[in-house]
Design a protein around this ligand. Structure first.
Ligand code: UN1
Length: 513
């Protein structure tokens, strides 16, 4: 960990003590078993974090609930000022936090910095929103009456996030929740607990500077059992969960059983359609970054290329050639394109998926495999693979969180490609590469892509924070981040005010006493 300035980064993030396993950061009442965090980069132990017991959880919830009583009455623009300072602190700590993300999760340092940039961007967005959060005014059907709606803070927001975006997804939720007047309880992935503590340290510092209650941001640690304490808890009106479809179905049912709200960001099976009018050079950049970036561990990663038969050979050769240039290795070394998978279990899932693809009749164009030897000791580095396949293969229908790209062919009109693209249970991100206006508009129309994100001449990953982020079908239907995603963090109230001396009833009903 002495290389790439990691020691200094850990120190700047207040993780020195964590390294000896003695502290779990402020606001975490952890007294349970220690969770060990091993880096997929070099297999070494980065630190240990205490997990949250049931008793600890009760303390956290009390702290959060009490903080909400104060925070909900702070004017929204003042809540925005806290979020502005949080964004400033993130600017100061962008490099160390980006480094920790890269080291604990395994994505490239550039992508680690990009993730922190997303946090900064959502803070800026939320600061502006804190002076808006507006409802509508309506005309009452009754004389001398006024009708309008307003948005009030909701309460405690529970956030369950995944290892692949160990810091940004938290910030997308918290920045909006905080300006909305909510307080947050976060359970980061048990695979990236130090990212959780680092973020908690950053916000705890900002809250302290402002004499605000620490319970505005709480951290709990552990596996799904700790998450279940929140999903089953009536005191948590909203659960925002990012992860697999399997996890999402369990969370959704638990939250629905108590009629809570859930915001789900689940799996994707994202495709790029490549039409005869595609710009091949742009297609290659979009497809390769989409497929191998973050080692294929984004929910927006490109998993399928649906290529028109007339350009199939050209596109295939260009993509295969590009894969030959890829350098796989330590993600903190900026010469490398592709880092490790999160752990050896993920490497096994990747190998199994390649086997299944072959069994179902796929033909391998770029051979995969787990790397070993110098620099690859962690056992988590794998070769990005390309397989010619068919959309009907069971394995193609699944999301495998690894750099495996399936090439699929279509003939005839773009509708045939759209049918393949929509022919999966997931509905997160989609893209078309074309210079043909008619094809592009058909792809974006009501009978086009059924995904939450549909791009033209851009790949499937790398969404900006200004748009609402999320997807349809088994992706879960939630929307986070930009546009009007803030509304789910607030409760809407319709107000009708009568300023006359009469009490007329709506719908013209007569009720004489
Ligand atoms: C995720 O993979 O969970 O669009 C989020 C993107 C990023 C977010 C991905 N802005 O690739």
């Amino acid at each position: 960990a002495a290389t790439f300035g990691l020691d200094k980064a850990l120190e700047q993030l207040g993780l020195k003590e964590i390294n000896s396993g003695t502290s779990t950061g402020s606001n975490n009442f952890g007294s349970g078993e220690l969770i060990e965090s091993y880096s997929p980069v070099d297999g070494s132990l980065i630190g240990k974090v205490k997990s949250t017991t049931k008793d600890d959880y009760e303390k956290v919830l009390n702290t959060a609930t009490n903080a909400f009583l104060d925070w909900r009455s702070v004017p929204a623009p003042q809540r925005g000022e806290m979020v502005r300072q949080f964004g400033e602190r993130l600017r100061e700590l962008k490099e160390p936090l980006g480094k920790l993300v890269s080291y604990e999760m395994g994505k490239s340092y550039q992508e680690g910095l990009g993730e922190v940039q997303e946090m900064i961007d959502i803070c800026d967005f939320a600061v502006g929103l804190s002076r808006q959060l507006h409802g509508l005014t309506m005309h009452s059907e009754r004389p001398g009456h006024r009708m309008y709606e307003q948005y009030h803070p909701l309460g405690v927001v529970g956030i369950i996030s995944a290892f692949n975006f160990p810091v940004a997804v938290w910030a997308w939720n918290t920045a909006l929740a905080w300006i909305s007047g909510d307080v947050c309880v976060w359970k980061p992935s048990e695979k990236t607990p130090l990212c959780g503590v680092a973020c908690q340290n950053i916000i705890a510092y900002v809250l302290k500077q402002n004499n605000l209650p620490e319970g505005i941001s709480c951290l709990i640690n552990g596996d799904y059992k700790v998450g279940e304490l929140m999903t089953n808890d009536k005191r948590v009106p909203l659960i925002s969960a990012t992860g697999s479809i399997r996890m999402g179905k369990i969370v959704a049912q638990a939250v629905a059983a108590r009629l809570g709200k859930s915001l789900l960001e689940l799996g994707g099976n994202n495709a790029i359609i490549v039409t005869p009018d595609a710009d091949i050079k742009m297609t290659v950049i979009g497809a390769v970054f989409g497929a191998v970036g973050t080692a294929g561990q984004r929910c927006t990663s490109t998993r399928r290329l649906i290529i028109h038969e007339s350009v199939y050979g050209n596109v295939k050769n260009a993509v295969v050639d590009a894969y030959k240039q890829l350098r796989i290795g330590n993600p903190l070394d900026e010469n490398n394109h592709v880092g490790p998978l999160i752990d050896t279990d993920a490497a096994k899932i990747y190998t199994d998926a390649l086997e299944k693809a072959k069994e179902e009749g796929g033909s391998v164009l770029v051979e995969g495999g787990v790397l070993s030897g110098d620099g690859y000791e962690s056992g988590c580095y794998v070769k990005p693979a390309i397989v010619e396949a068919d959309n009907s293969f069971n394995i193609v229908q699944e999301e495998t969180f690894a750099p495996i790209l399936y090439l699929l062919k279509y003939s005839g009109e773009v509708e045939n490609a759209i049918a393949q693209q929509n022919g999966v249970v997931q509905g997160l991100s989609s893209a078309i590469m074309t210079n043909n206006l008619r094809e592009a508009e058909r792809f974006l129309s009501a009978s086009g892509s059924d995904c939450g994100i549909a791009n033209v001449n851009i790949g499937t990953s790398g969404a900006e924070i200004g748009g609402a982020f999320g997807g349809e079908k088994e992706t879960g239907g939630g929307r986070e981040s930009g546009s009007d995603a803030w509304k789910i963090y607030m409760r809407r109230q319709t107000n009708t005010i009568n300023y006359t001396t009469e009490l007329p009833l709506a719908q013209g009903i007569k009720f004489d006493l």
